[in-house]
Write a protein that binds this ligand. Structure first.
Ligand SMILES: Nc1ncnc2c1ncn2[C@@H]1O[C@H](COP(=O)(O)OP(=O)(O)OP(=O)(O)O)[C@@H](O)[C@H]1O
Ligand SMILES: [Mg+2]
Length: 271
């Protein structure tokens, strides 16, 4: 049965949609898994647009309002990467419906990634309820960290386990919060540190994923590592520096250690 992973934050623009798509693409293309990326941002849906789906006839909107079968709202980007795009929903939808609807297709996928809304209402609850695990996206600044704490608290209240945090748009500047600051405050391990990289915008302008557009960028490797961790699989980083580090088993950054632990937990947990 497919695992549902919700990508959440209670702040706009931190990189939920970007993470959903780029992570989904490496899991589908480089790990050969069947992946569905689904737009659970009901008030500002744009996941489909990132994959060149401009005006889809049937969407998440129709599925949640029960006017279409979920299978009819899924588009094949390629063999392994499928997308369930959204369109505006201006009616109240119970946050329990998404989970119900996903049951019909869970068996068709290895991983389903939900791109959540940042709005603290039924929208984000819908992702929390439907997910087996959550990834919380944050950026290394105080305002975002305070919203990250709220997201963590809410997930705990809803009893959806958090797999870890993703630190995105990291510029390696002195004024930024460090990984330790973030982990200690949120009490959740950081599983990926994604650089702020202008190539991401270049890739987006060409409707490409970063691992396809610039496969050797640090951020592309971080998505691969995160993907393998979520699958409970091993990933051997081909970069010389990383190979040497593995050989001598030293100087592992904290998020790499966290990933190994999370990978083993998930392997046991996913079964
Ligand atoms: N690591 C990165 N480096 C550079 N740009 C990035 C990175 N991650 C995301 N971006 C850019 O930041 C912008 C916001 O990202 P994105 O749309 O993924 O955020 P979001 O959390 O989904 O926002 P919303 O809450 O509004 O849905 C986009 O232009 C995206 O290309
Ligand atoms: Mg988004």
């Amino acid at each position: 049965m497919g695992k549902v992973i919700g990508i959440i934050s209670i702040k706009g623009g931190v990189g939920k949609t970007t993470t959903t798509l780029n992570l989904g693409a490496v899991i589908a293309h480089e790990f050969g898994k069947k992946v569905l990326v689904a737009d659970a941002n009901y008030s500002a849906p744009n996941l489909g647009l990132h994959l060149g789906i401009v005006d889809p006839k049937t969407t998440m909107h129709h599925v949640l309002l029960k006017s279409a079968d979920i299978k009819d709202a899924i588009y094949e980007h390629d063999d392994n990467l499928h997308v369930l795009p959204g369109s505006l929903i201006n009616k109240r939808v119970s946050p329990h419906i998404l989970k119900e609807k996903l049951k019909d297709i869970k068996d068709d996928y290895d991983i389903i990634l939900l791109d959540s809304s940042p709005t603290l209402n039924d929208e984000i609850l819908s992702t929390m309820i439907a997910s087996d695990k959550l990834l919380v996206v944050t950026t290394p600044d105080y305002p975002t960290l305070s919203t990250t704490l709220r997201a963590v608290k809410l997930a705990k209240q809803k009893k959806t386990p958090i797999a870890g945090l993703i630190m995105n748009k990291v510029k390696k500047k002195k004024f930024e919060l460090t990984l330790d600051d973030i982990e200690e405050t949120a009490d959740v391990p950081v599983l990926a540190v994604l650089p702020d990289d202008v190539k991401m915008l270049e890739a987006l302008s060409e409707t490409k994923h970063i691992a396809e557009h610039s496969p050797k960028r640090e951020i592309a490797y971080e998505y691969r590592h995160l993907g393998s961790c979520l699958l409970g699989e091993d990933y051997k980083d081909p970069r010389f520096r990383k190979k040497m580090r593995s050989l001598f088993k030293r100087d592992f950054p904290k998020h790499e250690v966290n990933r190994l632990q999370a990978r083993d937990n998930l392997k046991a947990n996913w079964g």
